[in-house]
Design a protein around this ligand. Sequence first.
Ligand code: ZN
Length: 249
Amino acid sequence: MTLIEDLLELFHVERRLRSLRSRVDSAETYLAVQTRQMLTLQERRDELETRKRQRKAHAANLETEAAGIDERTEKLREELNAASNTRQYHAVLNEVNSLKDKRSEIDEQTLVELTGADQIDAELTELDEKIAERRTVLESAETELTGRREEIKDSLAELDSERAAKAANIPSDTQQLFDGLSEDFDGEVMASIELIDKRRREYACDTCNVHLPFDIVNRVTGRPDEIVQCQGCLRILYASDNAREALVG
Ligand SMILES: [Zn+2]
């Protein structure tokens, strides 16, 4: 067999392999998207939990502060009752009043923190529902992927060894070229030369439609152990039956 014939066989196996793998690839991509979305939800959840903890801690501090004020106020009331003159009485009363203001300020702040914490709780409940929904989707995506992997496992192993056998016929530098092109063009490594107009000797690349000079066509058909790449799309060229017949005829 010529190099081009060997390459064509490798090319056909490569295409079958890739189309088989693409079933798994798309399931992998889908799972990756779902996993990312789940992570985003969980990050949001952590953030809410942190904010809730901060608000509750702040509220607890305020409550401690309020208890201190109450204690001090209690003491001052006793002093008020025991006040021996008006000046002393007014001084204590002033402090009691300013503590009262401070106390109601603290109450307001505490209420703000506790209400905030409640709102976060409501958000968390909503978020947990979303997370539960997402988890169901995620689990079915995992099942799907496992199923597809299982489905193609045998054919994949077969094609892999078939590919290795076909590749063994090809020199390593050509193999490297083939593999590189396959990566770049998702397996579409080769392009056929198609006859456009026999009388005018017009030929074109089947992949990119660029017109091919006649000497290129001659080289591809005349020296089937040489690699000729299309100048337009870089694919390795081979002659289609109609191009070959046109040259012969
Ligand atoms: Zn081309």
